[in-house]
Write a protein that binds this ligand. Structure first.
Ligand SMILES: [Zn+2]
Ligand SMILES: [Zn+2]
Length: 347
């Protein structure tokens, strides 16, 4: 398997900020656009062009990760939704397969995977699976992909396989066995929390997290060659999450900046838009608030923190990211990496 890793430089525009308008509609659009641009301090980068700088994977890193999707359901052209590649020697596993994940996956040079681990079944965490499988089938990957997750994995995968039934029929009729039917039918295993995988030195432990009312919702600990990488899934900061992350060399965590929503909530409230107020408050309620996350990471001895599933879905600019993590370094003394799609992170 050839790995060519690409890292996106501070990319294009801040369309993400405009995207929030959809979230906030039907408030007055010009006011909201102005508010968001000010909030993210990002008008100067609005017309910048995306650049991609290829680089080579660090051969010394035995356990590392690539943040393939760092976004949330609010559309953002710079961020696919939840998808993280865990690189274990020559093996590649995905945690979740979100929207548009195939693009950064392909750009990262990943041509095959050894399995998928699902954290929960909000669609932004699984909807890209069909696109990944189709791309592999066209490329001739001729084996069924093992898919593991808590209860619900079978139903989700069956649904995607059913959705692709006609497509598979057409492609087999047209291409014959050059098109891989095997890869279009993943092999699913549903698990309860605990050690769910232990092969060739890699141990994977599933643990419960707190994303109520969504159950099951889990995170994963990957342990290999003396290092531990933890992926949070979607969760509040809570004791279960803290235990799962304890002592991790690298914690890849979802995060929200709740304060960034204050002004939007106030605007919605002043416009008497109680539906939008409730939607914002409910969205904020079941994610990991940035300062609480920093405090938790310090308390449980996390050595490095990488942020993904950024809510709100900020532009990938230094300025927006600095504002997003404001105050975290006062509470957590380790390195904090604000994820961008395609970024490699290692313990
Ligand atoms: Zn999510
Ligand atoms: Zn979720």
């Amino acid at each position: 398997m050839t790995r060519r890793i690409t890292v996106k430089s501070p990319a294009a525009l801040n369309k993400s900020s405009l995207r929030m308008c959809q979230f906030l509609m039907p408030l007055q659009l010009p006011i909201i656009i102005l508010f968001i641009l000010i909030l993210l301090g990002s008008t100067s980068g609005a017309l910048a062009q995306a650049r991609i700088t290829p680089r080579v994977l660090d051969p010394e890193a035995e356990l590392s990760a690539i943040l393939l999707g760092t976004g949330v359901p609010i559309p953002n052209p710079s961020r696919a939704t939840a998808c993280t590649a865990i690189l274990v020697g020559e093996r590649v596993f995905l945690v979740d397969t979100g929207r548009n994940c195939i693009v950064p996956l392909d750009q990262a040079g990943i041509r095959d995977i050894n399995g998928v681990f699902y954290t929960h079944y909000h669609s932004d965490h699984f909807i890209g699976l069909g696109e990944i499988l189709l791309n592999f089938a066209i490329a001739g990957v001729d084996h069924s992909i093992p898919v593991r997750g808590p209860v619900g994995a079978q139903e989700v995968v069956d649904g995607i396989v059913a959705t692709y039934r006609l497509d598979l029929e057409y492609r087999l009729a047209h291409h014959g066995d050059k098109f891989s039917a095997a890869v279009m039918k993943p092999t699913v295993t549903e698990h309860s929390p605990g050690v769910i995988f232990d092969e060739q030195g890699l141990k994977v432990t599933m643990f419960n997290v707190c994303h109520q009312p969504i159950e099951p919702a889990v995170g994963y600990r990957f342990e290999y060659a003396g290092k531990t990488v933890v992926v949070s899934g979607d969760t509040n900061v809570c004791p279960e999450f803290a235990e799962g992350a304890r002592g991790a060399d690298l914690l890849i965590s979802e995060v929200e900046n709740a304060a960034m929503f204050n002004a939007a909530t106030a605007l919605a409230r002043s416009a008497n838009n109680s539906r939008q107020v409730a939607m914002i408050e409910e969205g904020v309620a079941y994610h990991a608030e940035s300062l609480a996350l920093a405090r938790m990471a310090q308390e449980v001895g996390v050595k490095k923190l990488a942020l993904t599933h950024l809510f709100p879905s900020i532009a990938p600019t230094d300025q927006a990211e600095a504002q997003f993590i404001r105050g975290m370094s006062d509470l957590y003394t380790g390195p904090i990496i604000v994820g961008r799609d395609g970024m490699e992170v290692a313990p």
